[in-house]
Design a protein around this ligand. Structure first.
Ligand code: MRU
Length: 349
């Protein structure tokens, strides 16, 4: 299929509400939650009801409009103050995915610069911008898919970590866009999916998406990847990213770094697929990327019963940074960027 928009709409605008497909309930339940306040949008992002870097950006953009939609502000200046406060607040929901800040900055820019006669007109301009962010993301993801699919040979088996699919974007994905596009070209691919502890985005979300798209996939526990590589079962790894520094170091779901090192050891190409809204050229290297730490319970209780003694110390980083030296290429909507990334990201992006 060329698009899975018919199947997956993780973020939508619904008459003042930001409507989110609650990803914490997948794959068992397809339930949408209408967020009607800034607090509800913040909670949905924090709790991973909406997750994945581009989808967080889109949700924040609509969420900002939702936050000020009922406002009775008397003038554009008054509404601007509310927009700034809501953007500051939503920006505290999660720290790593730069798309959150990128989208909120775009929305602030509209509020600051729009020469509108009334607060109502400013609301309309903000909603237009949120729609633009949504539609642009969809176009970028399709371009990423096409560029990435050109790298994939017929009959290849790929591996991915976490979920960088339609659920993580406006509907088509980044790493999974490469797979959707290769599949649409009839390349006969199949995919190994890391389950992605602790919150199981691979097991719950990526397999769900691939199966719906009719792409053969096999779920493995995270600690099976080395064995699967050693057996020669995988020809290519493609993952998404939450933030890419100017030198190409790429933050992604915890465990991605290990997969990259293993891929290098086994001579398997390792690609990062992300829109340029995920680039943070203000950071020289990945050591400067803020890494979110999550609640201990996500490790000790996960989605089921308690699996560790009460009171145990837990360290729960949600992301790690894959050094650029392990990355074969970075696939954006502009094309396939090769090392040295300090040069190729600057000139191509
Ligand atoms: O904690 P999550 O589920 O938001 O983490 C998501 C990822 O790590 C994705 O791989 C990344 O955001 C890219 S999504 C296209």
């Amino acid at each position: 299929m060329s698009s899975n928009d018919d199947l997956i709409r993780p973020v939508q605008w619904a008459d003042g509400a930001t409507r989110l497909l609650d990803q914490t309930l997948l794959p068992g339940e397809t339930t949408y939650k209408d967020c009607r306040t800034a607090e509800e949008v913040w909670e949905a992002i924090y709790a991973l009801r909406v997750r994945g870097a581009p989808a967080i950006g889109v949700a924040a953009a609509y969420g900002l409009v939702t936050s000020v939609w009922p406002s009775a502000a008397a003038s554009p200046a008054d509404l601007l103050a509310e927009v700034e406060a809501a953007a500051d607040y939503l920006a505290t929901s999660r720290p790593t995915a730069v798309n959150l800040f990128w989208a909120l900055d775009r929305m602030r820019g509209i509020a600051r610069s729009s020469a509108v006669a009334s607060a109502q007109d400013m609301k309309a301009a903000l909603l237009d911008e949120a729609h633009a962010i949504y539609h642009e993301d969809d176009a970028l993801c399709h371009a990423i898919g096409e560029h990435g699919a050109s790298l994939v040979a017929d009959g290849e088996t790929l591996l991915t970590h976490c979920n960088a699919g339609g659920l993580a974007t406006s509907g088509y994905g980044t790493a999974l866009a490469v797979m959707f596009s290769a599949h649409a070209l009839g390349k006969g691919i199949s995919v190994y999916v890391d389950e992605t502890r602790p919150l199981l985005q691979g097991a719950r979300l990526t397999t769900w998406e691939l199966m719906r798209a009719g792409i053969p996939c096999t779920l493995i526990s995270d600690n099976a990847a080395a064995h699967v590589f050693a057996q020669g079962r995988v020809q290519r790894v493609v993952v998404g990213s939450d933030r890419i520094a100017a030198n190409g170091d790429a933050a992604n779901k915890i465990g991605t770094y290990g997969v990259a090192v293993l891929a290098r050891e086994h001579g398997i190409p390792f690609h990062v697929a992300a829109p340029t809204s995920t680039l943070d050229m203000s950071l020289a290297h990945g050591g400067l990327i803020p890494i979110e730490e999550r609640a201990a319970e996500e490790v000790t209780e996960g989605f089921g019963r308690r699996t560790a003694p009460d009171g145990v110390d837990v360290y729960a980083p949600a992301f790690d940074v894959t050094p650029a030296k392990y990355i074969t290429s970075i696939i954006t909507e502009r094309g396939v960027h090769l090392p040295p990334f300090t040069e190729s990201l600057k000139t191509d992006a």
